[in-house]
Design a protein around this ligand. Structure first.
Ligand code: FAD
Length: 655
């Protein structure tokens, strides 16, 4: 997969432009508006499902641009990248192509919550995404700004229900028809940029906001509830002006772990990877922030910002007297810029310079581009179905930051799923949903459509109740087979590879189960193993592989005849063995809930004081609705699988 040769950038851009100018059709199955992380995945997925697809974006050159941090993945987010890849999406392979510093975060915890992450070369990432889109059959790319959605009333008797019929480009451009339209306008919808006390229209530095007509259609014609959120980005710093000897070196993993299930290695060789550096804020930073608060209108606005990626102003105001981490990260293999993660700021540029120079490695630093903030409209996502379709408007799908999320990975995951469903809907196939029990994408979408957002939403492993089953290592087995057999977004090549992996793992697990020996015999076979079992018990290879100090490699050398041929899957088998007991239990829980769908719930339950672990939000919903069966309870807004299990256990024991 990594052997692909990409065209040099200039030639490539001219190819894209030529392709763009040939977008002469006036009718598509699917039109995707916006070429960010949601839009690119949406367009590619729709085309993979079989829809004639048009991607319209304001600037061809910014398709696939990383607006903020040059990195992909992380805890919770890495799981999303793996799942997008398992469904044949782009971002995992783009990450492997563009990564210049790979690391697995959270390694001290169990593999279920490891977070695959990479620093990226911005240019390489964008080039890869653009090249993929260009070579995707049934996909046309067009440069342009969408001004308006074309709509028709679905039922004149029932005003307020619409069907989308296409788009109109800005400057009274010709209308283009489509059965489905996906909006992925990111931070651009009624976007405003902030630096110091100045505010100007914009979706990102150097880019105009999305036209007012689009906002107007959503608010006024479709009557959608729209809110306002904000985010910000740090200044970019000239690398040569930084004294990196005063920061702590943070090397990458010695062996990069690819994101994509199709890749065995990354484009960047282990020894070519670049380090990151860690430094800290000083009391001087706090002083500069406090002295300049009155010159900073972004932070005085009401719109909510990302809680888990706050600006330096918010950090100082919320946690005065603390030192805050600042990561100095490379922007590319040959880039002369550094990205100071943790220093997102919106004060005037001269004060930004004063602030960064309060940090020892940045004493003489020069700013290439100042930090800035952006505020934008988002559509309250409870107005969407689990297919990411606007409930009141047939054929209109939304994905990415427009739904109140933050982050490339969250955008990519929604984009892919909206693309799948927009295509299926256009091709008269039923839409499909992913559940919380099978994927982080399912958790993300369920959280958005059933709970909505009050601040920019980002993924965490703690949001997934079944995280021990939803691991980054097994996303292919969870999703690739379904993606091919039921959804239609996975290529035969990827499917065949997933089938091979599934069959090989099953064969290897069967071989481990067949190895059934007494504990004494296991001790003899694996002398380095510390086994607390004193009684003579029969244990299978799967049981023994669960022990901390036992590796598949050790077992394979002890039993080469039955195990050595499975060495390719040594790490996956170890992880499977460790989590098997817990996952088996979870699987039973899920099956039990499905079996007990029709179980009646007593009408006199006092949900507000129920002696089980349940959030106040869930209690209140149950109290208000008083569902008659367990099945009805599972479908309530905000209900989690964990709460259902507690409710089921409570009713069973109380009966
Ligand atoms: P975007 O990547 O924003 O892409 C939107 C695309 O739509 C663009 O290509 C745009 O040109 C196009 N477009 C918009 N309107 C139209 C139209 N009418 N017609 C045609 N094309 C249109 N994420 C984090 O996780 N942490 C952060 O700290 C963070 N900080 C950020 C700071 C800034 C200043 C910005 C701009 C973004 C930041 N992000 C951050 C967010 C991150 O960039 C987004 O989450 C992610 O890019 C969202 O992807 P998207 O596809 O939804 O939208």
């Amino acid at each position: 997969m990594l052997t692909k040769k990409l065209p040099p950038l200039q030639r490539f851009l001219s190819l894209v432009s030529r392709r763009a100018s040939h977008a002469t059709r006036q009718q598509y199955d699917v039109i995707v508006v916006g070429g960010g992380h949601a839009g690119t995945e949406a367009a590619a997925a729709a085309a993979r499902v079989g829809a004639e697809t048009l991607l319209v974006s304001q600037k061809i050159q910014t398709i696939g641009a990383l607006s903020c941090n040059p990195s992909l993945g992380g805890v919770g987010k890495g799981q999303l990248v793996r799942e997008v890849d398992a469904l044949d999406g782009l971002c995992g392979r783009a990450g492997d192509w563009a990564g210049i510093h790979f690391s697995i975060l959270n390694r001290r915890k169990g593999p279920a919550v490891w977070g695959p992450r990479a620093q990226l070369d911005r240019q390489r990432y964008r080039t890869f995404i653009q090249s993929e889109l260009l070579s995707t059959p049934r996909l046309t790319v067009l440069e342009g700004s969408v001004e308006e959605l074309l709509l028709s009333e679905t039922n004149p008797e029932e005003p307020g229900t619409h069907r989308v019929t296409g788009i109109r480009l800005a400057n009274e451009g010709t209308p283009i028809s489509a059965s489905s339209v996906i909006l992925t306008t990111g931070t651009f919808l009624s976007g405003s940029l902030f630096v110091g006390q100045s505010e100007s229209p914009g979706g990102r530095i150097g880019d105009a906001p999305s036209s007012a007509g689009l906002s107007h259609t959503l608010r006024e014609r479709l009557g959608l509830r729209v809110g306002r959120l904000r985010t910000g980005t740090p200044p970019r710093i000239l690398k040569d002006s930084v004294d990196l000897s005063l920061a702590h070196l943070h090397p990458p993993d010695s062996l990069p772990t690819p994101f994509s299930f199709l890749n065995t290695h990354t484009r960047c060789k282990p020894e070519e990877q670049l380090p990151c550096y860690l430094t800290y804020t000083t009391p001087g930073v706090e002083r500069v922030v406090k002295e300049s608060l009155h010159l900073n209108c972004h932070i005085q606005q009401d719109a909510k910002g990302p809680r888990y990626c706050p600006s330096i102003e918010s950090r100082v105001v919320r946690f005065p007297g603390r030192q805050h981490q600042v990561w100095l990260e490379p922007e590319g293999l040959t880039s002369d810029l550094l990205y100071p993660q943790g220093l997102s700021m919106t004060m005037p540029p001269d004060i930004q310079l004063r602030l960064i120079r309060e940090i020892p490695p940045l004493h003489r630093a020069e700013i290439h581009t100042p930090g800035y903030g952006v505020q934008y409209d988002f559509v309250c996502p409870t107005q969407l179905s689990p297919a990411l379709q606007v409930k009141s408007t047939q054929g209109l799908f939304l994905a990415g930051q427009i739904n109140g999320t933050t982050g490339y990975e969250e955008a990519a995951a929604q984009g892919l799923w909206a693309g799948v469903n927009a295509a299926r809907s256009a091709l008269s196939m039923p839409t499909v949903a992913l559940s919380r029990t099978e994927s982080y994408i399912g958790v993300l979408i369920d959280d958005l459509v059933s709970r909505g957002v009050t601040e920019p939403y980002r993924m965490f492993t703690s949001r997934a109740e079944y995280r021990t089953s939803l691991r980054p290592d097994n996303a292919d087995l969870r999703l690739t087979l379904k993606g091919f057999e039921e959804v239609g977004c996975v290529s035969p090549l990827r499917y065949q590879e997933a089938v091979r992996v599934r069959d090989s793992l099953q064969e290897a697990q069967a071989a481990l189960q067949t190895l059934s020996l007494s504990s004494q015999k296991w001790r003899k076979a694996l002398p380095d193993m510390r086994m607390s079992e004193t009684k003579s018990t029969l244990l299978t290879g799967m049981d023994v592989l669960q022990y901390n100090d036992v590796t598949f490699e050790m077992m394979s050398s002890a039993f080469p005849e039955s195990l050595s041929r499975h060495m390719e899957f040594a790490q996956r088998l170890k992880i499977e063995a460790v989590y098997k007991p817990h996952c088996d239990l979870q699987k039973k829980e899920i099956e039990r809930i499905q079996k007990e769908e029709n179980m009646s719930l007593p009408q006199d339950i006092d949900y507000l004081t129920l002696p089980v672990s349940m959030s106040q939000e869930v209690r209140e919903v149950l109290d208000r609705v008083r569902p008659s069966t367990l099945g009805a309870a599972t479908r309530l807004e905000g209900m989690t699988p964990a709460a259902i299990v507690h409710l089921l256990n409570y009713v069973r024991t109380a009966a």
